[in-house]
Design a binder for this molecule. Structure first.
Ligand code: NAD
Length: 485
């Protein structure tokens, strides 16, 4: 397979009320992190254009929510089919604006299509629940009712999956949307919205905007006309948005950062652990909220583990996703490279040893060498143990007792993905009870598939995305108690 980058259109305008329009606040370059070159531009909205987007969503909501769930779902399923038809264009688009490898980009497009399809299938199945009445002959019904016009704001790192998770659920629920996608991956968001429009989405039901993130989000969260905010991004921005949304009591779902621990017990098969988790660690250059980032390994297997993970990390071939044989892509921008260099350096100052990598790779684009930091004490005050690294870097620390490992894992303020490798049932039960995690993979990964609800705890956010719960997040359960008149 190879990627036909000629298939990709890398610029994005705004989509407001069913029309593609140029933003009035200028344009930003869309830069390919794989080589640092400008591949397109993103149009930025003025406050008046964001207001138009809100108005379009508010106006479109009554007719959209009045359609049957099945009719709404048909549009989502058609959009899924269109995305499959246009896989090559979508893969090229993602690859060029995120720095992913071809395999990562293909995997993401497959998942995004599956997400649209699944939400499309569920749209007709969002059910009211009947309860017996309290008086003979009466009845009570709990009816999921769409909230209205909602705002969704997404991160750049999985631009297709994040767009389809949020838009799929909001549209299945019957909401209309103002979608503020990341300015770092605008063309993929534009493509998803284009496909929804081609699939028959009525004008105004989804409105796509880009702009000054702080100003746009402040405008959305201060509008009485926006009924919910679903955000995926960093913890710092999520906290700021939660505070902005609070005065209006705008309902929020926050999918924030992660810092996944991996507990490797003495009975684990080290080769299996590495083969299973390396793809999640180094895929998308480690820029994933579920990426394993802190390995805690029983002391009896520690050295074997360090040696094998170091060998695995060293085996990756860095480069642009269009080059043959590349297995590790770029990070988002120079700021990420600098942050990763700082984390590696700080770790060595706190007792860690960099066994491979630890530096920027000098070539066009933004590359950080796959890195393993071994030997940090469990209670080290190193930034990398508490700060989401969001890059191709992992720590490996030795433990002697299970509780010591769990305490170390729980010391980071995140609670999203976590992994455990052992065959012992008693250990699994203990870890399920004590480990702060909301997505635990035992002897396997913990993928965020469309059919299951998933949400964070602590600095990883709150609320659920995925599953029926993800659709219900865009509804109010309206209770109707009736007695025949
Ligand atoms: P980010 O927080 O910088 O940006 C996310 C979105 O918020 C973008 O649309 C951006 O334009 C906007 N934004 C940025 N600064 C803002 C501000 N000051 N005010 C308002 N909006 C602002 O995050 P990112 O770099 O795009 O994505 C990486 C982060 O997202 C990581 O922390 C990662 O773990 C997290 N993430 C979480 C999940 C999940 O499911 N929990 C999934 C993917 C990514």
């Amino acid at each position: 397979m190879s990627v036909d980058v000629g298939a990709a259109r890398m610029s994005a305008d705004l989509y407001v009320g069913g029309a593609w329009i140029e933003g009035g606040a200028g344009r930003l370059d869309n830069v390919d992190p794989g080589n640092g070159r400008t591949v397109g531009a993103v149009s930025l909205a003025t406050a008046a254009q964001v207001d138009d987007a809100i108005t379009a969503a508010v106006d479109a909501f009554p007719a959209w929510s009045a359609l049957s769930g099945t009719a709404r779902g048909d549009i989502l399923r058609r959009a899924a089919a269109l995305l499959v038809d246009r896989t090559e264009e979508a893969v090229a688009t993602i690859l060029l604006e995120t720095g992913k490898t071809e395999a990562d980009a293909r995997g993401e497009i497959g998942r995004a299509a599956e997400t649209l399809r699944w939400n499309g299938e569920q749209a007709g199945r969002v059910q009211a629940t009947a309860f017996p009445g309290v008086v003979a002959g009466s009845r009570r019904t709990s009816v999921p009712t769409p909230l209205g016009a909602v705002a969704v704001i997404t991160a750049w790192n999985f631009p297709a999956v994040l767009a389809t998770r949020k838009l799929g659920a909001a549209l299945a629920a019957g909401c209309a949307v103002v979608f503020k996608a990341s300015e770092f991956a605008p063309a993929t968001a534009r493509l998803v919205v284009e496909l929804l429009a081609e699939a028959g989405l009525p004008a105004g039901v989804v409105n796509l905007v880009f702009g000054d993130p702080q100003a746009v989000s402040a405008q959305l969260t201060s509008s009485q006309r926006i009924k919910a905010l679903s955000f995926t991004g960093s913890t710092a921005v999520g906290k700021a948005l939660a505070a902005q949304a609070a005065p209006n009591l705008i309902r929020t779902v926050l999918e924030l950062g992660g810092h996944a621990p991996v507990l490797v017990m003495d009975d684990a098969d080290v080769d299996h652990v590495i083969a299973t988790t390396a793809g999640a660690k180094f895929g998308s250059a480690g820029q994933s909220c579920v990426a394993p980032s802190r390995y805690f390994v029983h002391e009896s297997r520690y050295q074997e583990f360090v040696d094998k993970l170091t060998a695995k990390a060293s085996s990756y071939v860095l480069g642009h996703g269009t080059e043959d044989g590349v297995t590790l892509g770029a990070v988002a921008h120079q700021g990420r490279v600098d942050a990763l260099v700082r984390l590696a350096q700080d770790a060595t100052e706190h007792g860690g040893t960099v066994t491979t990598g630890g530096h920027q790779v000098r070539r066009d684009g933004f590359y950080f060498a796959p890195t393993v930091v071994a030997g940090l004490p469990l209670d080290a005050d190193a930034a990398i143990l508490s700060e989401e690294p969001f890059g191709p870097i992992a720590t490996v620390s030795a433990f002697s007792t299970l509780d010591e490992a769990i305490d170390a894992a729980n010391a980071a303020p995140f609670a999203f993905a976590a992994y455990l490798f052992t065959d012992r049932l008693s250990v699994r039960d203990h870890v399920v009870r004590r480990l702060n995690a909301s997505n635990l993979g035992i002897n396997q990964l913990a993928p965020s598939l469309p059919d299951v609800p998933l949400g964070g705890l602590g600095n990883s956010g709150y609320g659920y995305e995925g599953g029926i719960e993800g659709i219900l997040a865009f509804t109010q359960l309206r209770l109707v108690s009736e007695t025949p008149g």
